[in-house]
Design a protein around this ligand. Sequence first.
Ligand code: SAM
Ligand code: SF4
Length: 336
Amino acid sequence: MSPELPTDLIDPFQRRINYLRLSVTDRCDFRCVYCMAEDMQFVPRSEVLSLEELYRVAEAAVGLGISKIRLTGGEPLIRRNMLSLVERLGELPGLKTLALTTNGSRLATMAQPLQRAGVSKLNISLDSLQPARFRELTRTGDLHQVLAGIDTAVASGFERIKLNAVILSGRNDDEVLDLVEFVRERGIDLAFIEEMPLGRIDEHSRPLSFCSSEQLRRRIEQRYPLTALGEPGGSAGPARYFSMPDSPSQIGFISPHSNNFCHLCNRVRLTVEGRLLLCLGNEHSTDLRELLREPATTQATLANALIAALALKPEQHHFTHSDEPDILRFMNTTGG
Ligand code: SAM
Ligand code: SF4
């Protein structure tokens, strides 16, 4: 890479970008009701970045000071040969944290190889502890398989495991305390995420299902006093974390509606079709796939494209409460 290139990615609002999320597939073995429509159109395979192309973007980004990469999707663990990418990323000098977000369906066999290949932080989605309800919310998921995956992950020596739960009013809001108990018993963390208006869904009304972080926090505090662990930002990302007096588990709240955290944003995303997306809640982006498929493109060309793209990063997102999605792309394409 050219020695004149800056080693820091700073956006026009003076935010330092050091975190890249890579969506490695838009496909998934689940169809969660808040994430996907029942009948999804997936990106044609020829338009999906190859593992080599994903690696090239990651390598260029790490050369510019990206110190954390999260692999997500879609369901990253259903991508064929995924471990080979994880192993290569795990060896990238300069990358301090390799993280992965999964629905847990394949963790029973993959947790250990992932940990050995360098994944240190694992997020696992879990919205219900009731098998029938879990099936209803994921449309296809098998709770027992996911729970077995979580147990294997807990025994595999990851630095941190966090569960993610999207809570919908009238659907699973009565399980908030059960989920807290579940993580306390395992000494892992839990983050509650407010549903975001990404992609058109007709399974439920997003405004009517909305549960604010504040409501959930009040409910938990009836059983466990919560002590705030500082402001969002840094390694906490957009989540606001709390501790409980008698447990190492931390409880977080990600509140894109009720608490705008854009001024702390340190991340960009690469969509499955190679679009570098500067903000989850806006469409500002740069197409890297065309560049990647151009024979003359070197790693320095890619690095320059990443630097140029940063100029497009918007100051903030504006999510509204409506049944009309604010953003038409679904979370699975974006990389949640
Ligand atoms: N398949 C993996 C999983 O479910 O963990 C990784 C991808 S998934 C898109 C990442 C996270 O996004 C999950 O925790 C999921 O609950 C969350 N998510 C999906 N759609 C969402 C939405 N509309 N609003 C808020 N969170 C959403
Ligand atoms: Fe699949 Fe994750 Fe979306 Fe659920 S949230 S449909 S598991 S990508």
